[in-house]
Ligand binder design. Sequence first.
Ligand code: SAH
Length: 262
Amino acid sequence: MDQQINNIRVVLVNTSHPGNIGAAARAIKNMSLGRLYLVAPKEFPADRAVWRAANAADILDRAVVVESLDEAIADCGLVIGTSARDRTIPWPLLNPRECGEKVWHEAHEQEVALVFGREDRGLTNEELHKCTYHVHIPANPEYSSLNLAAAVQVLTYEVRMAALADEGSAYATANAWDVPPAKVKELELYYEHMEQALVDLGFHDRANPRQTMTRLRRLFNRIRPDSMELSIMRGVLTAIQNAVFRQKQVAEHNENPASKVD
Ligand code: SAH
């Protein structure tokens, strides 16, 4: 149980009001969680954060401050992004209950992040596309945006409920997998590699990208490849790039027989 708690982090992106950071820290500790990451907070450390944290100031003391969302989630195998409204491209979506269960169960074997956005604008599409799933708190459709710390409270409460329901269950062994799940930083390298291979192939144009990479991200997000599957795919991409390279050399040679073909 402690291991799972240690594998769960709450990530607040670009928070404007330090009071919200303090209130989020309190919510996290009330629900028996403990890890807080702050991505480029506008004002931190701050007295107002400490006041609102009440007896959870220790969570603020241990908070990890980083410059980018990438840094905050690089070692995670499951990332859940929160959203107060619908976005352009639909993404695999969980409700808060499913989110609590998934976060809790997957924290058995990997690092998990719950990511919250800015008070005024939420998370950008680019940030949301780095997430495995999205979660929406089904609030009043005419006024669906909760205060940031209130949203942290609702979602960490669901994690707590899943933890209490799970006490003594045999989930971890029943769901054992042979290879560790891919982490965000491996996936990001994979997407970069894939984009380059698709450019080499003449399939993808960086100057006119459309939604190709976003849709491919979503596809692999749904599959959730493990580390081994991802390295096989990297090998396939390299083989494709090599084949394209050889083909270009042959074409050049045919045009100019003096050129060399390895
Ligand atoms: N005006 C912003 C809302 C920001 S609310 C927008 O339209 O996106 C600040 C943050 O609180 C959000 O980024 C999200 O992390 C969380 N939040 C607020 N309401 C939520 C809801 N209904 N479901 C999930 N997260 C919510």
